[in-house]
Ligand binder design. Structure first.
Ligand code: ATP
Ligand code: MG
Length: 274
């Protein structure tokens, strides 16, 4: 199968405000094929967001290689680079919606990268691709909120708008950073199912950072465990043990051994029931 993202021995460090350096990625090697569905799990600070930003080319590695669709972005010019970037849609942790705009305008903002500035500004007054925005809103279930101001929407609805905005860009690859962080648990599963369904139907690659381990194990065929900037494991959910999860969240105050085993049990129960 065609490759979507190839990372080879990627290192990234950040200068910290207090001086010194934080090593966010420490030799990550990872290949994602086009059309694959992958969940990244790991404790806070493990480097999950940094990894996503390597893939959407908003960050460059200090050393190592990052290729998208087999292409080295360092070797191409501005126009080609923009085209390569536009193949990936990202839904960020803070979903970057403009609260005072209506839903439809936030959705259409996903098209801005392919529009001229004049056309973009004009679209804020008179949305041009209303039909497309409405279709995307319908697909994620916020059609009735199309003309509502975004800050009047619930956290879960705003998350859906962010997904619609990424969809309207019609990317080949979809990256989502904690898409269920601000959604209540009862809706979390539905939202992830929706993301998986949309990507399956349209044969898009989908890569999701998740704090919720049971949700990751239930919905994704491939789980990458990231810990302190390194890939600890890269396995199908059925092969992930409680011990591996304990190792992954080692030193994380919020996680106990009991919880790790409960996570595995929960995911198993669900898959047996389903
Ligand atoms: N721009 C930056 N400047 C300085 N340090 C950064 C920057 N971005 C990330 N870091 C640091 O790099 C490490 C990895 O950060 P990253 O955001 O990738 O973690 P994460 O796994 O996404 O965490 P979380 O689950 O809390 O979102 C953290 O220690 C973070 O503080
Ligand atoms: Mg993060």
């Amino acid at each position: 199968m065609e490759s979507a993202f190839d990372l080879v021995d990627v290192h990234k460090r950040f200068r910290m405000a207090g001086g010194g350096w934080k090593r966010a990625l420490r030799g990550v090697t990872l290949s994602i094929r086009a059309g694959e569905s992958v969940a990244i799990i790991g404790p806070s600070g493990a480097g999950k967001t940094t990894l996503l930003r390597m893939m959407n080319l908003t960050l460059r590695p200090d050393s190592g290689e990052v290729r998208v669709n087999g292409i080295d972005p360092g070797g191409i010019g501005g126009k080609e680079l923009r085209r390569l970037r536009s193949m990936t849609g990202t839904i960020y942790q803070q979903h970057n919606l403009i609260p005072t705009l209506r839903t439809i305008h936030n959705i259409l903002a996903g098209r801005l990268s392919s529009w001229s500035i004049l056309r973009s500004l004009y679209s804020l007054i008179a949305p041009r691709e209303t039909g497309r925005a409405a279709e995307a809103a319908h697909r994620v279930g916020v059609l009735d909120k199309l003309w509502e101001r975004t800050d009047r929407l619930s956290g879960g609805e705003q998350q859906r708008v962010a997904i619609a905005r990424a969809l309207i860009q019609n990317p080949r690859h979809l990256l989502a950073d904690e898409p269920i962080a601000s959604v209540d648990p009862s809706r979390a599963d539905a939202l992830i199912s929706l993301l998986r369904k949309l990507s399956d139907e349209n044969r898009k690659t989908i890569l999701v950072n998740l704090h919720d381990v049971p949700v990751a194990l239930r919905h994704f065929p491939r789980i990458v465990g990231l810990s302190a900037g390194k890939v600890l494991f890269d396995l199908p959910p059925g092969e992930i043990t409680g011990d591996l999860l304990i190792q992954l969240y080692e030193g994380d105050q919020e996680m106990t051994a009991g919880e790790a085993y409960a996570w595995i049990g929960e995911a198993m129960k669900e898959s047996l029931a389903g």
